[in-house]
Design a protein around this ligand. Structure first.
Ligand SMILES: [Zn+2]
Length: 379
């Protein structure tokens, strides 16, 4: 059996994804969820005329009973006939995923509950808690500035009992130059004073205060769970160069001994920087999730560039599927095919044995994530 066949059969652990929308979607709603853009392109253009659009028509259409490369109108008509739930069941079920790690912190109209995602995918679901959301919830509970720091640490400790990891979107809010040391209690108190007063004025607590973000992230490190960090490509809220994972270097150099693994998410176009960090900091792991679904036939190139330096025990599979089950499905299909192409190339060069290729495929597809998130210890 060739490596492509082996990879096609391997169960995957999707270490970063989101729920799907179960409300009916019109074409405009579907196209908007397909892209990271905040709005539609110019009149006369379509979000489906992109690598991800081509991949939907090539790989998702057959799962809905259509020919490969079905026309967009035909695809969307069939999707509407089946309905969001059956479409989800077919596309998620065909991913062959055993476990989904779900970031529950991102809100969007019509998103299903994690339990529904598990049922549709026929997989186990584990929660990843978004750090900034916890701080915002604590602030909204009416806590005073003197107590905010302690209340955040307590709330994160409580969430740790029912999460397999934390995720921070510091890249979106303050950039990735996180301080190496935790802020002092008095610094946290002063920052809380300012930030809570601002929130009262605007009626909204959006965590974009650098000292408070640093406080919450360092509180997570002390809890020892894996900490996922958004890096690289994302929606237009992210200022790309401030999401370069190499900005985390001082923070990674000073990780306390009790910290769990730090998992860099997405990484593209900084996947080589992320691979370098995984090479020199043993606690760093990474995925190239979002990129794999969005670069179509170039998925193998992105995986190959990542594996230039990333140790094979540090790379994880993730779809970063959000809203549309098509994105979970493409993540799985393009990852399996891309990694098979990379390993096949190496086999052709006699760089490794067939046994090694099969072992690395299992590690990257699932075993690395099982080890990092201790999934086998969960009931
Ligand atoms: Zn995500």
């Amino acid at each position: 059996m060739g490596i492509a066949d082996e990879l096609a059969d391997l169960p995957l652990v999707d270490q970063h994804c989101h729920p799907i929308v179960l409300d009916p979607l019109d074409r405009a709603g579907f196209e908007l969820l397909l892209t990271e853009a905040a709005g539609h392109g110019p009149t006369g253009t379509s979000e489906l005329d992109s690598q991800v659009g081509l991949a939907v028509r090539r790989w998702c259409a057959p799962e809905l009973g259509l020919d490969r490369h079905a026309q967009p109108e035909e695809y969307l008509t069939r999707r509407a006939e089946l309905g969001p739930r059956e479409t989800g069941r077919r596309l998620l079920g065909a991913c062959g995923t055993s476990d989904l790690l779900v970031d529950t912190g991102l809100q969007h109209p019509g998103l299903c509950a994690p339990g529904e995602l598990a049922e549709l995918a026929g997989a186990r679901v584990h929660e990843v808690t978004r750090v900034e959301t916890v701080v915002e919830q604590v602030a909204a509970s009416g806590v005073g500035a003197a107590d905010l720091g302690g209340a955040v640490a307590d709330a994160l400790a409580e969430r740790a009992t029912r999460s397999v990891g934390f995720k921070t979107i510091a890249a979106y809010r303050i950039g990735l130059e996180l301080p190496a040391a935790a802020p002092t209690t008095s610094d946290v108190r002063r920052a809380a004073d300012r930030w809570l007063a601002d929130g009262e004025r605007t009626g909204r607590h959006r965590l974009d205060e650098p000292t408070l973000v640093a406080h919450a992230v360092h509180a997570c490190l002390r809890l020892g769970l894996p900490l996922q960090v958004h890096t690289g490509y994302g929606d237009p809220d992210v200022t790309l160069h401030r999401a370069d994972p190499s900005l985390l270097t001082a923070f990674l150099r000073a990780l306390p001994p009790e910290a769990g693994p730090v998992v860099l998410l997405h990484c593209y176009p900084y996947h080589r920087q992320a691979a370098y960090l995984a090479n020199v900091f043993p606690q760093v792991a990474l995925d190239v999730s979002l990129a794999v679904s969005h670069v179509g036939p170039r998925a193998a190139a992105v995986l190959a560039e990542t594996l230039e330096l990333a140790p094979f025990g540090s790379l994880l599979y993730a779809s970063d599927g959000f809203g549309l089950p098509e994105l979970h499905h493409l993540g799985a299909v393009l990852f399996r095919r891309g990694l098979a192409r990379v390993l096949d190339d190496w086999l052709a060069e006699d760089a490794l044995s067939a046994d090694d290729a099969a072992r690395f495929a299992r590690m990257i597809s699932a075993d690395n994530a099982r080890r990092i998130y201790r999934l086998d210890a969960l009931t």
